[in-house]
Design a protein around this ligand. Structure first.
Ligand code: B3K
Ligand code: ZN
Length: 852
């Protein structure tokens, strides 16, 4: 397979000034008629190449005269005149047989599309690249009741509908939906006075579960006006939910298509986490209307230009809607768990990569979440006003264009009037910087010496720093110290409450009365920090810091150290650590959501990664047992507090999916789960049958599964929800996720034979196999069964749905962490996948990179 390189970028030779598409829909044989006007640019060659895959060409005309293009496996080439011309083509495609879910396909009788990144070429011949932008006019011919495309509706009648999208867009934002759907609607008046019709379209029967998505959309639209001055620009905004979707959702202009898991919600069917996810994904896709659609990417290497910026925007939205502190901790958890791991292994790449084989393999945590961190750091080094001015300039200058990271960054350099060069490496270099901070106290002055170890030269690293006194009181407020070179020294000047740069400190350091720095507050830089803290210092920060992130993080470090001690030395966790945890969990002055996060233990994978970084070989079974013992120790110590919490946090009114209610439930469920270790299944049984919401019901079921007491509840759950696919997915996932060790593999295997398992549905496959792959002790069970089941299914799924199969390979990325036996079995599994006949570009690139 061919490698695509950023360095080889060349603009297309023509402008596309107009696109007219007519769809004659039929499941097995859909006709697509295109009329496209091309205008040559100065460098246009005499032959034009168009992308096309899996198309049957029926006819092709240039300026009305039949032509015979040369067909290739990935498109066609044709002689064209040196002046503007009209290209007309008719092709046939078969949406019914499209199991890859890319291009035009069918989901439960609904026609829908997914064109990002390169799916439009499966619909018709076209320059399928994001830097070719054009207005689209679409006519859909079908007897189905609802026919949708991008832009505004311009006409409809029996058997047809027409749409016009006036905003020039790249082909990846094209969308079409046709089916028997019902809408929940609202009207929104923009800040510019435009009335916009909002619709959330779902299958009949699901319309009672659309309210939260619609409300999230309205709040997103208002928020983007208020916070970023971004106003919506069409008369309608449609969201459609489909059950079969490779990704979470897609930001097609004016017609977002969603995985139904990110639309459908009611208290009985969705958990608090689902509600938060729906709010965030609806916002994310809506925010793309400006960051992605009005301004798009010049080429796919620039993917993080739209994704990093849009994730940053949706994170800010969630922070404003819910708790900023809790959101920051959740984002840091994800970044450290998934992105740091990616950056530390064979799949490492910069947020802006410079080569790829299959671009769909680069919709990664590095492009998305690290991309967002880079934007966040840019905002913090520039300060809110300069950042806002730079972003305004970006919107004004690049509206209607396909931009690059350099063009984005130039807007901020310009308004800052300064060179920020060392900052840009965050986009172009892979790897997580390691930052070491050492302290020097001479009895009067505290000096911090900060060093970075970074691939590809020093980057700007913004560290938010505060100081605590001996009793934990804040003696210096948060200040941003930005490390721009390999090393720098700062000293704190109490009289002015400022930090100044200085030379390396000398003299004998003292310890008495030294203030304690709280470094990287709010996770201001996504780095691995080594600050040389003692456990007593961590406890001081955990108990007192004004910065909630560092409070939580100090607690996390303490508990991780306890976990590691159990696993490697069979050492009982430090009672002082558990006592400190208990104080935080009891502290009613703290947000319950925060206390629930404090109770969360590091994942098995986190412990494995920590051990690997320390040069040790992780043993998945010992890690799993260590977790059990840690949980027992916590339960034994805190049982009384947890029983009180469980009772005190009982619901007071009807379920509401807001942050407060979610936080109370999170803490209550964490208490239940921990308590069950000493109290057994009774409370969980009672909660399962009494709960009026899915959050508590699922938490109870998970406890019952862990205790091996779930038989009745499982049957009851299945009976209630067997006809609701998004809820049944939870039933599948929970069974695999809540059992120990190799039983996770056995359970997954058994569930793949369940009559309700359907390997054509990505959500179902991810519920069963995705959960097994993320089950650390299960996937890595010593007999290799996890690797074998994974490889069998990846090979089986790949011909039908390459994106789904390729996505399932990623848990193998850590294979070099483990012992020789496991490494050998993982290598065998990967090599078996690699040698499968006709393996897709997607999966073969992933396996090749993982094997290295
Ligand atoms: N842009 C889409 C992702 C498309 C996935 C392509 N394999 C969703 C999003 O980030 O908003
Ligand atoms: Zn996105």
């Amino acid at each position: 397979p061919r490698t695509t390189r950023l360095a080889d970028y060349r603009p297309f030779g023509w402008r596309v000034t107009e696109v007219h598409l007519t769809f004659r829909l039929a499941p097995g044989a859909t006709r697509v008629l295109s009329r496209i006007r091309f205008a040559p640019l100065d460098h246009a060659p005499a032959r034009m190449t168009l992308d096309g895959e899996g198309l049957t060409l029926i006819s092709a005309l240039i300026d009305g005269a039949p032509v015979s293009p040369d067909l290739t496996t990935d498109g066609l080439t044709v002689d064209v005149p040196p002046a503007p011309f009209l290209w007309e083509a008719e092709v046939e495609i078969a949406p019914e047989g499209n199991t890859a879910l890319e291009g035009l396909y069918m989901s439960g009788g609904i026609y829908c599309t997914q064109c990002e990144a390169e799916g439009f070429r499966r619909i018709t011949y076209y320059p399928d690249r994001p830097d070719v932008m054009a207005p689209f006019t679409v006519r859909i011919e079908s007897d189905l009741p609802v026919l949708l495309s991008n832009g505004n509706p311009t006409g409809s009648g029996p058997g047809f509908a027409e749409w016009h999208d006036p905003w020039p867009k790249p082909s990846y934002l094209f969308a079409l939906v046709a089916g028997n759907l019902v809408a929940t609607s609202a009207s929104f008046q923009t800040a510019e006075g435009r009335d916009v019709e909002l619709n959330v379209w779902v299958r009949p029967g699901d319309e009672g579960r659309t309210g939260y998505a619609l409300d999230s959309l309205i709040r997103s639209m208002r928020w983007d006006e208020d916070r970023f001055g971004r106003v919506y620009d069409l008369d309608v905004f449609n969201i459609v939910a489909v059950d079969d979707f490779n990704a979470g959702a897609m930001e097609n202009k004016g017609l977002n298509i969603f995985n139904s898991k990110y639309v459908l919600a009611s208290p009985e069917t969705a958990t608090d986490r689902d509600f938060e996810g729906i709010e965030a994904v609806v916002a994310h896709e809506y925010f793309h209307n400006w960051t992605g659609n009005r301004i798009t990417c010049r080429d796919w290497f620039q993917l993080c230009l739209k994704e990093g910026l849009t994730v940053y925007r949706d994170q800010e939205f969630t922070s404003d809607m819910r708790s900023r502190a809790v959101k920051r901790i959740e984002d840091a958890l994800l970044l450290r768990a998934a992105q740091f791991r990616e950056d530390a292994g064979p799949l490492a790449h910069p947020p802006r990569p410079d080569t790829y084989v299959e671009i769909n393999n680069f919709y990664t945590v590095t492009v998305y979440e690290k991309g967002a961190e880079v934007v966040r750091m840019l905002a913090s080094v520039l300060g809110p006003e300069t950042f806002a001015t730079g972003l305004e300039l970006y919107f004004a200058r690049h509206d209607g264009h396909a931009a690059t990271i350099e063009e984005f960054f130039a807007c901020f350099q310009e308004v800052a009037g300064d060179t920020l060069d060392g900052f840009a490496r965050w986009w172009t270099e892979a790897g997580t910087p390691r930052v070491t901070v050492s302290r020097h106290w001479d009895g009067e002055t505290l000096t911090l010496s900060v060093r970075q170890e970074t691939l590809g030269g020093p980057r700007w690293i913004p560290l938010a720093v505060g100081l605590l006194g001996p009793d934990g009181e804040e003696i210096a407020p948060t200040t941003l110290l930005t490390l721009k070179d390999t090393e720098a020294h700062w000293r704190y000047v109490p009289s002015t409450a400022t930090w100044e740069t200085c030379s390396a400190p000398n003299g004998q350091p003292k310890t008495d009365g030294a203030p304690l720095p709280s470094i990287n507050r709010g996770f201001s830089a996504p780095v691995l920090l080594e600050a040389g803290m003692t456990d007593a210092e961590r406890r001081l920060i955990f108990g007192h810091d004004t910065d909630p992130f560092n409070r939580w993080d100090a607690g996390r470090q303490l508990i991780r150290a306890g976990f590691i001690g159990l696993v490697t030395e069979d050492r009982e966790p430090d009672p002082e650590t558990l006592a400190a945890m208990g104080r935080a969990v009891r502290d009613d002055a703290l947000d319950p959501a925060f206390r629930a996060l404090v109770m969360g233990l590091p994942s098995d994978d986190d412990i494995a990664q920590t051990l690997a970084e320390a040069g040790r070989t992780p043993d998945p079974d010992l890690i799993e047992t260590g977790r059990e013992r840690l949980r027992e120790a916590i339960a034994a110590l805190l049982a009384g507090d947890l029983r009180r919490l469980y009772a005190d946090l009982a619901p007071v009114g009807p379920y509401r999916p807001d942050a407060d209610g979610a936080g109370r439930r999170a803490l209550r469920c964490a208490a239940l789960s921990c308590l069950s270790v000493v109290d057994g299944p009774d409370a969980a049984r009672a909660l399962y049958s009494q709960a009026d919401n899915m959050t508590e019901r699922l938490a109870a079921l998970s406890v019952l599964l862990r205790l091996g007491a779930a038989e009745d509840a499982l049957a009851d759950f299945h009976a209630r929800w067997s006809r609701t696919p998004d809820v049944l997915d939870k039933w599948f996932a929970l069974q695999v996720g809540s059992v120990k060790g190799s039983r996770a593999v056995e359970t997954a295997l058994r569930l793949t034979r369940h009559p309700d398992f359907d390997w054509r549905r990505p959500n179902r496959v991810r519920s069963v196999l995705g959960t097994m792959l993320r089950h650390h002790a299960g996937f890595h069970s010593a007999d290799g069964a996890g690797y074998k089941v994974a490889a069998d299914w990846i090979v089986r799924l790949d011909p039908a749905n390459p994106q789904l199969a390729a996505g399932l390979t990623s848990p193998f990325q850590t294979w070099r962490r483990y012992d020789g036996d496991r490494q050998g079995m993982m290598r065998d599994a990967l090599e078996r996948i690699a040698s499968a006949d006709g393996l897709s570009r997607d999966t073969s690139e992933m396996v090749g990179r993982i094997l290295g």
